[in-house]
Ligand binder design. Sequence first.
Ligand code: ATP
Ligand code: MG
Length: 418
Amino acid sequence: MLNQNLITYHKSEHRLPLAEISSAAKKIINKLVEHGFEAYLVGGAIRDLLLGLHPKDFDIATDATPEDIKNIFKGRCRIIGRRFRLAHVYMGNSIYEVATFRGSDPGDRVMKKGQIIRDNVFGTIDQDAIRRDFTCNALYFDLQEESILDFAAGVHDLKKGELKLIGNPNKRFVEDPVRMLRAVRFHAKLGLTLSAEMRQHIVNNRMYLRNVPTARLFDETIKMFHCGNMEIAYKELLELKLFEILFPAAAQIVPKQKQWHDFLIQAFSNTDDRLRNGLSITPVFLTACVLWLEFLPIYHQILNSGKNSHDALHDATTQVMVNQREHLMVPKAIQNGVRQMWMLQLRFKKMFGKGVYSTLHHPRFRAAYDFLLLRNTVDDKLNQPTEFWTNIQDMSPEGIKSLIFGKKVKRQKINQEL
Ligand code: ATP
Ligand code: MG
């Protein structure tokens, strides 16, 4: 292999913490090497380790084809993907992505209007390196030699704290527009800066995101939501005019109504905090928060046309999901979760009788309650239910009983609107 751009950092020249590398990933690599293949740890894991972070997954790149990998790992291996075929190897409790080196011959890729539709042409490691997105993602770790192979001066850029695209930015963003969202995510998550030039390329090419399958856009959006620094990512999405591509209705509202901008900032920073504290998160929550901005006016419109609040809520939810489908495909399971969270907002208005128990024990209670707290920051009409549902969580069963069935409870016709 001959590559002029390749910089090799030998064992003594880097401080990659070897102990942090997953032993299952090492096993997979060693096994591939035993069978006579080349295999490396690649991409995000090396980048994160060099930055002193804990990688969330360890990806492997090899010259073995998916069929070779299947032959070696048999029942522990599944070949997945159409656009980008790769092998999943099950080891320990995790799944490892083992991808065959991709070739760089553009003539063999399936392209449509400059966009890569399918990329299953195999190649060599240096070809594989330059078709990766950012310089810091084109790093390979050789376990046998314990050396880092850096094909695009990624280590240098990481040291300078810069996120740099490999190759011509226009071409690379058009080829796969999702890279624009990845740039925002890596900026937020890793604190790497985007040059003024790259920012301009993103603004100029943002419309190409409309050509990406909406299910893939949703996946990327969720990765962004959960990157740990969504508050920063959100501000960046607004500046780069990408928010309007993902959530056009919300993007119309936030510049005009500051309270909703603040509402989203609060939602994002709450999720960032939860992640920092190791608490569980669900993609349902932030999806419900962002789509709420579009939901509310539709809900009120339907209510004004004479429907009851329950029907208006369901119809408005359906309408939001249909509208959103054109831009970003929210999977059915998440749609259902959002609907339940919103439906619970109505039930929170009812603070007496048996129904209180079923609200309290609803599987979405936690997320819906957090959402109520968030809504309360922009709507002080919610002070009373917020207080009620906060207090009730700390009460004894007897206390709850007397509170919701007691004589003093006024069963007046309550305003059953949101
Ligand atoms: P993280 O796992 O933290 O999201 P990552 O860089 O590992 O970050 P993955 O989506 O796991 O991201 O991808 C693994 C590697 O595959 C990347 O490091 C990069 O080299 C390459 N890659 C992923 N997506 C693209 C893309 N859209 N275009 C080019 N290369 C990509
Ligand atoms: Mg990864």
